[in-house]
Write a protein that binds this ligand. Structure first.
Ligand code: SF4
Length: 433
């Protein structure tokens, strides 16, 4: 099979993995056949370009500080022994199967990198053999990129379920980030939809990564020559909507993963109800037949996740067993504030940082700027706006001498004004909401 065709198939098979925060752009890995655009010539064929400049398989991802990076996001192989109901690559799917060789993938990555098409590689794989054998292939690509190719770009490797601690340690030597996908929020759902996977093994891998990260950090404190271990940490992916767990269960799990394993990110991936090739396009009967991916739910979970990581909220403050779903029409911070009207309005001239963080319309950056500015100046509404506060939201929750806030308006009125009526226009803010 031509390299271009392999790339088309193996980039297509990787696009549903959200654990590298890709843009989710539909045209990501798809080749523009017959577009007439000049492709990228390689020794083994020609890789068509997407749009004006981006080669097939290249997608965009965001770093923790909000920088956009381009990654070659591919599978090593889409051959898989497992039959996870939600996955396009599952063993029962009637799809064309192929694998790269390590040699091909190393050359391809280096060619893309040298031409500035990519700044990194995201590499996963179907489980075509024993876990350690598959993992060894991914490691080989990363190792050869670093040692033979002098590759200084970003590398994200997926940890194949069941990988041994020795291989995890080796993967962390070459990769910037590792991720073991937890996929579903409970063992029960995992057993039902992905019976060959084990929550215990997945968590075991996360624990191993966390231990190795800590060891490396400690080691480097005493000796800066000691090697790094996956310096960009670990992440995971949770599929939302393929199983019956509610937002409360999902958020509680994420919170526990952050605490126990020091994860940098949990990525939420709205379940996409794709029919099965070879089964008349029918959905696996174990999956819910929903009209489309629950994108609003995914978005609200991301917002709630930001509250956990940056706004010092605890999961049980956002949701409870009695109120298990995030409000689809309100961002979770506003929803929380409307449930705690007794704590508002907040005097922005005097409130602590932690209290400011809880005000809708005041973000992490604007809260810090408020603290700096008010040391020497009396705050005004204009000044707050300049500091990044969204006054049309914050005005219902703050007090400030000389500013006519709307803190006395009734809850139903504020709720109506601050609702996204249909979840449209949902754009995940970086920090300030
Ligand atoms: S292990 Fe499951 S999720 Fe991973 S490629 Fe195979 S079928 Fe898909």
């Amino acid at each position: 099979m031509e390299l271009a065709e392999k790339l088309r198939l193996l980039a297509g098979g990787a696009k549903y993995d959200a654990s590298c925060a890709t843009s989710g752009s539909d045209h990501g890995p798809v080749l523009e056949s017959g577009s007439g655009k000049q492709g990228l010539k390689t020794k083994t064929g020609s890789i068509p370009l997407i749009g004006a400049t981006a080669p097939a398989g290249v997608c965009h991802s965001w770093t923790e500080d909000g920088r956009c990076v381009s990654l070659l996001k591919v599978l090593y192989s889409n051959v898989c022994r497992f039959d996870c109901a939600y996955c396009v690559n599952r063993s029962s799917a009637d799809i064309q199967r192929t694998s790269f060789t390590a040699e091909e993938l190393v050359k391809l990555t280096l060619e893309f990198y040298k031409r500035n098409y990519i700044e990194g590689l995201f590499l996963s794989s179907g489980i075509f053999s024993d876990s350690d054998i598959v993992m060894e292939k991914l490691i080989e690509v990363a190792r050869r990129l670093r040692t033979e190719g002098g590759f200084g770009g970003y590398i994200h490797l997926k940890i194949i379920p069941g990988t041994s601690p020795k291989q995890i340690a080796e993967a962390g030597r070459w990769a910037d980030r590792l991720s073991a996908n937890i996929e579903l929020p409970t063992d029960k759902s995992l057993q039902y939809l992905a019976p060959q996977k084990s929550g215990k093994l997945i968590m075991g891998a996360m624990e191993e990564v966390n231990n190795l990260e800590q060891e490396a950090r400690e080691g480097r404190k005493n000796n800066a020559e000691k090697p790094f271990f996956a310096p960009a940490g670990q992440s995971t992916q949770l599929i939302v909507g393929a199983s019956p767990e509610d937002d409360h269960q999902i958020l509680s799990l994420s919170s526990a993963l952050y605490r126990r394993f020091g994860l940098r990110r949990v990525y939420y991936s709205a379940f996409i109800p794709v029919g099965q090739p070879g089964r008349g396009g029918l959905l696996d009967p174990r999956l819910p037949n929903i009209p489309g991916p629950p994108l609003v739910r995914e978005h609200r979970l991301y917002q709630a996740d930001w509250l956990l990581r940056f706004y010092k909220f605890r999961a049980e403050e956002i949701l409870t067993a009695a109120q298990p779903y995030l409000d689809p029409h309100l961002d979770p911070k506003t929803a929380w504030a409307l449930n705690h009207r007794d704590l508002f309005p907040v005097n922005v001239q005097q409130a602590d940082y932690e209290v400011l963080l809880r005000v809708p319309g005041i973000g992490v950056r604007s809260a810090r700027r408020i603290l700096e500015q008010r040391r020497s100046k009396k705050l005004t509404a204009e000044m707050l706006q300049r500091l990044g506060v969204t006054l049309k939201r914050a005005r219902y929750f703050i007090s400030l001498p000389g500013f006519a806030s709307d803190g006395e308006k009734d809850t139903a009125y504020i709720r109506r004004i601050l609702s996204d009526s249909d979840g449209a226009g949902l754009q995940l803010p970086l920090f300030d909401f």
